[in-house]
Design a protein around this ligand. Structure first.
Ligand code: SF4
Length: 378
């Protein structure tokens, strides 16, 4: 079933490592939200309802007033219809969590809360430039756990400078002790044009080596397995019944419509991305001028996309689904990864072993094909 993504491009503070599109100035918020409603109405014909998932991402969607969230949900119902059992996710930051807000979001039909915790340690949160403190991180989880959402999840970051396995273990224990049903754990990466990239280039920060990050990833897998959380995507772990349906749809190539500045859309053939600039987005929607670009994916691009996203998941890639025979075209590379025990063929699917999950992107790119390969397809 189709999915709708709404990008809310505002944050209270800029986190040092973040390269998502957002603005810390809320001046344009009413105009921006109007423009998003306009875009949604304009592009409704691109998606067939009813919606199976709706995802408020960002940015910081928990900055919105409940009435603003409700307006989007109402418009989505009118334009597409929303499945009775739909998953409706709201990303929230700990500094926005109060018992009243949680009750309001639940009342509106939010079924899944995704909390941007990142760390439970004061020094780490300060270093990351987060808007919340450690006490808020802990308290917000307790409140969410008691609020009765269908499910909830938190984000944590590992691979931080000087992070020890003991520190990472402690973070995971705190989350597990609070009954966390789902975790998205991301290894810190230095993205270009972020404050972190600047600090690294000035040698103010030294990033840890691959070995430390790799050991933390191993510990993460061990701890989640012990706790019964399934490693269903490289960065995602969930108890059965608590996997993110919206994100799973992305990985399976299900069509989705992305609304708002910088949002991406995909309909199975065409990928579209909106301008990552609030002022230009608003102006274009008012003037009726273009605010996005698009490309039709070639068979090779669709094949590579499936490899890149599918290999990151527990289900892997259905070999039959690949339009170009990536295995035959890259026989040597595929065999090398299989001999190392990193890549397996199981029930007609290409999947990574546990050891192979350390190299997911590298293995996928070794199997990439080009449109020229079509001539050579066996
Ligand atoms: S709150 Fe999230 S989107 Fe906003 S700057 Fe921090 S990491 Fe980026």
């Amino acid at each position: 079933m189709a999915g709708l993504y709404l990008h809310i491009p505002f944050c209270r503070k800029a986190c040092t490592y973040c390269d998502f599109h957002f603005s810390t100035s809320l001046d344009r918020r009413p105009a921006l939200l109007d423009a998003m409603h306009r875009e949604l109405a304009e592009r409704a014909s691109e998606l067939e309802g009813p919606l199976g998932t709706i995802y408020f991402g960002g940015g910081t969607p928990s900055l919105l007033e409940p009435a603003e969230i409700e307006a989007f949900l109402e418009q989505a119902r009118q334009l597409f219809g929303v499945d009775d059992d739909a998953e409706v996710t709201l990303e929230a930051n700990p500094d926005d969590i109060t018992p009243e807000r949680l009750a309001q979001w639940k009342e509106l039909g939010i079924t899944r809360l995704s909390l941007g915790t990142q760390s439970f340690r004061e020094d780490r949160l300060t270093w990351m430039g987060r808007a919340h403190n450690a006490e808020q991180a802990l308290r917000s989880i307790d409140l969410i756990a008691a609020a009765g959402f269908r499910t909830w999840t938190i984000d944590l970051i590992y691979g931080l400078p000087n992070m020890t396995l003991a520190e990472w273990d402690e973070q995971l224990t705190i989350a597990l002790d609070r009954g966390m049903p789902h975790l998205s754990a991301y290894c810190l990466t230095v993205e270009p044009r972020t404050a972190l990239a600047h600090q690294v280039s000035k040698r103010l920060v030294t990033m840890p080596g691959d070995d430390a990050q790799s050991a933390q990833f191993d510990r993460l897998m061990e701890r989640m397995e012990q706790a019964g959380l399934v490693h269903y995507e490289i960065s995602n772990f969930g108890l059965p019944g608590h996997f993110s349906r919206h994100n799973t749809s992305y990985w399976e190539g299900v069509p989705y419509l992305g609304i708002g500045p910088s949002a991406h859309s995909y309909d199975g053939r065409r990928r579209r991305w909106n301008v990552a600039n609030n002022a230009r987005y608003i102006a274009a929607l008012l003037e009726g001028t273009p605010y996005g670009e698009e490309e039709f994916l070639t068979p090779a691009q669709r094949t590579n996309e499936l490899l890149l996203t599918g290999l990151r998941t527990i289900a892997g890639v259905r070999i039959e689904q690949l339009e170009l025979d990536a295995l035959a075209l890259n026989r040597k590379a595929a065999e090398a990864h299989m001999q190392r025990g990193h890549l397996l063929v199981k029930d007609g699917r290409l999947v990574l072993s546990r050891a192979g999950r350390h190299f997911a992107d590298r293995i996928a790119s070794d199997l990439f094909v080009t449109d020229d390969d079509r001539r050579d397809q066996p």
